[in-house]
Design a protein around this ligand. Structure first.
Ligand SMILES: Cc1cc2nc3c(=O)[nH]c(=O)nc-3n(C[C@H](O)[C@H](O)[C@H](O)COP(=O)(O)O)c2cc1C
Length: 458
């Protein structure tokens, strides 16, 4: 394959590049071992800040589309999922791209607010396959494009941050190694290997740590393992089996943000075999995570409120599962009724704090109901552990319900799409109907809550 190519600048020799890559890993990133994966809609600023307090050494942003992102205003960047702050470091911003120019332009736009930019080389979605980015770039006929994207960026005198890449394994380890070596040759500084193949049928297959190990042994660069870390203790096992410098986790961090700090899962279960205690403890832990997250979210809201609701549901899920059945499903539904008030035009700005505090209070209202019902706290308690409930009520209809029962707000002259954006709601009747059902679920919870004279047992 011809790798020279027009417009590709000179690179230092391989020894120098490898030395620089390790210096980047050690000095710039601070030798991270535990990494939060890029997650569309889920690794947003507030959640990253929670994870950083809970044992993650390095975080990735959700994947952003370089072609769309390049040239965006601050507000457009936020809408696409990129916001950050001084405490949000070390940070890698991930892009998908199909052209070297777009990737470089997007990278230049964020380079002062991150430590590296990452190229997504594994997104399996059909739009990626059709659009020629993400997983589509794994096709061998597209490897020259991958090489050009990385090489164009790293040889640009304007780009001051390194380029990293996130790949998936192929069925044949030798092919995975060839692909990874191409990235090394192109000037990439760190490679993350997701140990599952792109094929949809294999998405829930166990991650192949041996394949990751093969890449790590073949590369001279820092290599990060990803996939198959589901419970406390797995991360250490993954590091040992793959020999990688760090381990990246996605799904498990959505339910257990302090996964990396917890003792091995087997040890935890042996400590307390009582099923009911475990269940109550799990719910309590989930609520504490939610309250910690809301405390951060209030200050650093994301463009999409959906991310916050999804986080709360995921954090509560382990404590709400009992013998394979979901409990308190009505309250999990009710989380969707919170934050339905029309959103101010520039809701990310500091002057809109009241709006975000209101949204978070509504979410806390629902959490408190859940705790009272599960017997984790009394209706009159003002705190759960160190967390204040604010002005949460369990004896009257919270604002969430009032707002969601109101007729849909109509803004004159605005198109349907604009109306939806302003209301933060999709335009369709089924959505409105679902909102009403959620509100009804919440109302019935509230009616029973008002009758509780003392907390019910879990
Ligand atoms: C909600 C969600 C969103 C994701 N978004 C991205 C993404 O934006 N970019 C990416 O490279 N991978 C993305 N992934 C894949 C993860 O980064 C990771 O590679 C994969 O989930 C395997 O790790 P795990 O076994 O710890 O979940 C996403 C995964 C999840 C669960």
């Amino acid at each position: 394959m011809a790798r020279g190519g027009k417009g590709l600048g000179q690179l230092p020799d391989e020894d120098t590049r490898v030395r620089d890559a390790w210096r980047f890993y050690r000095e710039t990133l601070g030798s991270p071992r535990f990494v939060c994966a890029p997650m569309v809609g889920q690794s947003e600023l507030a959640y990253r800040l929670l994870l950083r307090k809970s044992g993650c050494d390095l975080c990735y942003t959700p994947m952003l589309h370089a072609e769309e992102f390049a040239g965006s205003s601050e507000e457009e960047m936020a809408r696409q999922g990129f916001t950050t702050c001084a405490e949000d470091r070390p940070l890698v911003v991930q892009f998908c791209a199909k052209s070297p120019e777009a990737f470089l332009e997007a990278a230049l736009q964020v380079q002062d607010r991150c430590d590296a930019v990452d190229l997504n080389l594994g997104c399996p979605q059909s739009k990626a396959m059709r659009g020629g980015w993400g997983g589509a770039l794994m096709e061998e006929e597209n490897w020259h494009t991958v090489y050009a994207i990385v090489r164009h960026a790293v040889s640009s005198p304007s780009l001051r941050v390194p380029v990293t890449c996130k790949i998936r394994v192929f069925a044949d380890d030798r092919k995975t190694v060839r692909f990874a070596k191409l990235l090394q040759e192109a000037g990439c500084s760190l490679v993350t290997v997701h140990g599952r193949q792109r094929d949809r049928a294999l998405h829930h297959a166990p991650a192949n740590w041996q394949a990751i190990r093969a890449v790590r042994e073949a590369l001279r660069l820092p290599t990060v393992a990803n996939g198959g870390v589901d419970a406390p203790g797995d991360a250490e096992r993954c590091l040992q089996e793959t020999g990688c410098v760090a381990v990246m986790v996605a799904t498990a961090l959505l339910q257990t943000p302090d996964l990396f700090l917890l003792p091995d899962a087997g040890v935890m279960q042996r400590q307390d075999g009582n099923q009911q205690n475990l269940q109550a403890e799990s719910l309590r832990r989930g609520v504490r995570y939610c309250l910690q997250y809301l405390r951060i979210y209030e200050e650093y809201p994301s463009w999409s409120l959906r991310a916050a609701r999804d986080h709360l549901r995921a954090l509560l899920a382990p404590g709400c599962m009992h013998q394979g059945q979901l409990r308190h499903g009505d309250l999990l539904e009710a989380l969707d009724a919170a934050g339905a008030a029309p959103r101010p035009a520039s809701a990310l700005h500091a002057e809109q704090k009241d709006y975000w505090q209101g949204v978070c209070q509504e979410l806390r209202d629902v959490l408190k109901l859940l705790c009272v019902r599960a017997g984790l706290c009394g209706a009159d308690d003002t705190t759960l552990d160190e967390f204040h409930w604010g002005t949460a009520r369990t004896d009257s209809v919270p604002r969430a319900l009032v707002v969601s029962c109101q007729p849909q707000l109509v803004i004159e002259g605005a198109s349907k799409a604009q109306q939806a954006l302003l209301r933060r709601a999709p335009v369709n009747k089924r959505f409105a109907e679902r909102r009403r059902q959620q509100a009804a679920a919440l109302q019935s919870c509230l009616q029973s809550a008002s009758k509780w004279s003392r907390p019910q047992s879990a």
